[in-house]
Design a protein around this ligand. Sequence first.
Ligand SMILES: [Zn+2]
Length: 410
Amino acid sequence: MPCRQPCRYFRVIRQRSDRLYDIIIKDGHVIDPASNINEKADVAIENGRIARVQKDIDSTDARAVYPVPGKYIVPGLIDAHCHPVGDFTGHAVPADEAGVDAGVLLVNDAGSSGSANFHVLRSLLRNSRTSVSYFINFASCGLIRLPEIASVHDFNVEQLKEVVGAAGGMIRGVKIRAMEAVSRIDMDVVALAKKTAEELRLPLMIHIGEFRQRKDNDPFDVYSRNVVSLLGKGDIISHYMSWRPGGMVLEDGTIFPELEQAKKRGVILDCSHGRNNFSLKVAQTLLDNGFPPDIITTDLSSLGREHVQSLAVTMSKFLAMGMPLKEVIAAVTINAANALSLSETWGSLKVGRSANITILDKVDGNYRFFDGSAGNSITGNALLEPRLIFVEGKPASCRSFYHLPQETLS
Ligand SMILES: [Zn+2]
């Protein structure tokens, strides 16, 4: 069991109770890309809100001081694509494992449920300690049965619109997996999903990448390239670092032009790690050619747990591939908040916001990172280890879940 008390790593200095602030987080390095802050500073919290971000705030002004020398103070991390749904599907992880226990304060469920069972998922997650938002699957039953869309009877536009309308803003987007089963239906289902999302004024997130091996001149690549061309500003391409059929990069490093065109239109690039559609080799090719992820996400499910491990481990992989720390932090804070249209409340340390904060340690060492069924590994010289979070000003411990996968030990 992870320690929920912050006592293990942090010596908390408690003081008289008639002070200006409840808490000062002291002597850390603040990275808040939304406010363009990247420097040593302290953060003061009062009544669960951020009261000040400044160098050298007087310690005697707070009831409790958390000294974090050498550590990073960043906005509460956001995983904009995961499956934090406990027992809802057979392959889900508990919300708090993907969330607060791993230093992540907001998890976005990327289409585990659809219009027929969104209410079940929502009630299952009601008591999680992690904040949850949702993308609703275009498939009525979400991901509880695969393939989730194999005929025109597997979706219902009117019901979907009703459920989104009744959800009071909890649903932040529409998700569809552009799989071969969808491509075989005698109508353009992804175009219908795009039209529906547009009418609801929500972004559309598409999954690209099949699960089988890729053939030469794979016909499914053509389908996927057409699907990517449907997307506009604010829509999301998930698994754009896939090496499978339908991915945007070929084995020889060729990048399909539809990816660059989509990026120019303002489509959001989502690495969505997962087990089956993320390749460290493709990721390196894309990073080297100017296609870093706009959002870094885990796509965490029980299937991917062994290799994905957590958002912090996924961030560490991008650090190991040469993405600058400030960009890595942006990809899990303000960029993720923008992708969910939640940047008014999440993704920054602006004064007056809820004090949702993650304290990250960058631990030097020699780490091996793996990508899952693509079978690649890389080494990195730093691990981002979340040590402490503040959820609306309340502290709790957390960790990265970094480990060597079982297969590497035998
Ligand atoms: Zn997913």
